[in-house]
Design a protein around this ligand. Structure first.
Ligand SMILES: Nc1nc2c(c(=O)[nH]1)N[C@H]1C(S)=C(S)[C@@H](COP(=O)(O)OP(=O)(O)OC[C@H]3O[C@@H](n4cnc5c(N)ncnc54)[C@H](O)[C@@H]3O)O[C@H]1N2
Ligand code: MOO
Length: 281
């Protein structure tokens, strides 16, 4: 049902109601910032993926007698997965984000130990264990982000922390912008008296770019109907500029009538801009 000069909010809602989600496309994760997720993302594994040290220092296995001295079994490298377990009274050198060996009860910061030969003496036992448990941040199988989410830099970090190389996003809408009027010429052409550079086309085009669309601007001095119909084949949305009044140069209304698209609203209660029309499939 076509609305005649509705309030702006009703016009906006009528337009939004016409919008259909576009198809999705696969993108390398690094290129997906600001795009819209096309499907829920499920965590493929736990994060952290293994039990990690939260401090540089020593992983220790405590003794029943609460000894302060531990024998160093091995100093682990940053990229090393331990192939041993700690027995009570043993310690292993660990780095933040690295594995802690099986049997670890607590990680003591290196500032809180003294290294004497092949053993350590703990000056201060921490009140927390300084261990990040497997899956503590995100559990395998849980939803990381829902379909429809706008991908932020933070989400890119999470997706790549899971090694997700490619994700499905909604494709960018193609928006054709048609500047009507025989006096309007592209801004990069020389002007003759009576002509006007197209500035509204570049304005709308920039707004579309900022919102994530793919704009194309056409100045249709001649055969606007032909251009409009070809744009309707290629674009998801066509926006025409000018020609909305009743002057001899105003073809906007006839142009819209020449499409088979259903009228959504005809004019709306905004000044200036009251002559805006909308049609949709
Ligand atoms: N007899 C009447 N005249 C007008 C009426 C009316 O009811 N009866 N309404 C007035 C109102 S209100 C409005 S709003 C305007 C609507 O104007 P149009 O949509 O027809 O706009 P144009 O005539 O095509 O252009 C107006 C002006 O803007 C320049 N222009 C157009 N396109 C561009 C562009 N892409 N970049 C830069 N400049 C552009 C154009 O050259 C004209 O100078 O009608 C009133 N008149
Ligand atoms: O209808 Mo016009 O755009 O308000 O000045």
């Amino acid at each position: 049902m076509m609305l005649e000069r509705p309030p702006m909010e009703d016009a906006r809602q009528a337009l939004v109601d016409k919008i259909m989600p576009l198809e999705s496309e696969a993108l390398p994760t690094m290129e997906a910032v600001k795009r819209i997720l096309a499907a829920d993302i499920i965590a493929p594994r736990d994060l952290p993926p293994y039990r990690q040290a939260a401090m540089d220092g020593f992983a220790v296995s405590l003794t029943e007698t609460k000894d302060k001295r531990f024998t160093i079994k091995k100093i682990l490298e940053a990229d090393e997965a331990p192939d041993f377990s700690l027995e009570p009274g043993e310690a292993a050198g660990v780095l933040t984000g690295g594995y802690v060996p099986q049997g670890t009860d607590v990680v003591i910061r290196q500032e809180d130990v003294r290294i004497i030969g092949d053993s350590i003496t703990v000056d201060n036992f921490p009140v927390i264990d300084n261990i990040r448990n497997q899956g503590e941040d995100i559990k395998s199988g849980s939803v990381i982000a829902r379909s429809g989410t706008i991908i932020t830099p933070g989400l890119i970090a999470i997706l790549t922390a899971f090694g997700l190389r490619e994700i499905r996003v909604i494709r960018r809408p193609k928006v054709a912008i048609l500047s009507l009027g025989k006096e309007v010429i592209p801004y990069d052409q020389d002007l003759t008296p009576g002509q006007m550079w197209d500035s509204n086309g570049p304005h709308l085009s920039s707004l579309v770019t900022i919102q994530g669309g793919l704009p194309s601007v056409v100045v249709s001095q001649s055969s606007p109907e032909k251009i409009l119909h070809s744009q309707l084949q290629q674009a998801d949305m066509v926006v025409t500029i000018g020609g909305t009044a009743d002057g001899s140069n105003d073809q906007g209304r006839d142009l819209l009538d020449s499409t088979c698209a259903e009228p959504v609203f005809l004019g709306y209660q905004v000044k200036p801009g009251s002559h805006a029309w909308c049609r949709g499939q």
